[in-house]
Design a protein around this ligand. Structure first.
Ligand code: SF4
Length: 188
């Protein structure tokens, strides 16, 4: 059996720790950049270029078989409330489907390193999607490696984004920064 993992990758900083985790377990890591949620295109391009920088350093494979198309995101998400599970499902479904069609037995995601994501929800959806397509989801909780991964990204001078990705999260980030600058307190 091929010991490769198709790793859905949201960005370079998160993939440092996650990629190494799988390599230590004996997997060859293939990064797949599929993130139609990212807004705007300039932000997408910066994350893509940072990931390219990282794979140049690590020698791993990076693929992006689907061109940037934010309409894929907006075809499943029409409002800000409760959007994240649909966003996870959209991305993991595409990765699982593509992986199965191209002979992968395992897939995973860097999303579960983030303390800002709903890791249990990602694990559940990944498992469901994996069952649907006949490919095993390796839903590891990587959160203990988040701080290390971010520090190493900083040391490597990799681009580190300030919001999750979608237009809603960008606006929420702006609101938080404005609130803090006006009140000196965090937005609750
Ligand atoms: S906040 Fe992040 S996970 Fe949630 S919908 Fe936006 S991009 Fe997707």
């Amino acid at each position: 059996m091929r010991k490769e993992v198709l790793l859905h990758t949201c960005c370079a900083p998160c993939s440092i720790y996650v990629g190494e985790f799988f390599e230590k377990k004996g997997f060859e890591v293939v990064h797949m950049f599929y993130n139609p949620n990212i807004h705007p295109f300039e932000e997408y391009r910066r994350r893509w270029e940072a990931l390219n920088d990282l794979v140049c350093k690590t020698g791993r494979k990076l693929i992006a078989p689907f061109p940037y198309n934010p309409l894929e995101y907006f075809s499943v998400i029409q409002e800000g409330e409760g959007r994240c599970p649909q966003c996870y499902r959209l991305r993991l479904t595409q990765v699982a489907r593509w992986g199965k069609e191209h002979g992968f037995s395992f897939f995973s995601t860097t999303l579960t390193i983030s303390p800002y994501q709903d890791v249990a929800c990602i694990q559940r959806i990944g498992g469901e999607v994996g069952s649907d397509f006949g490919i095993t989801f390796l839903g590891v909780d990587f959160r203990e490696g988040f701080a290390e991964s971010m520090q190493r990204a900083k040391n490597l001078n990799l681009y580190r984004q300030k919001y999750c990705g979608c237009i809603f999260s960008r606006w929420e980030g702006v609101k938080r920064r404005i609130w803090k600058s006006l009140t000196g307190r965090s937005f609750s």
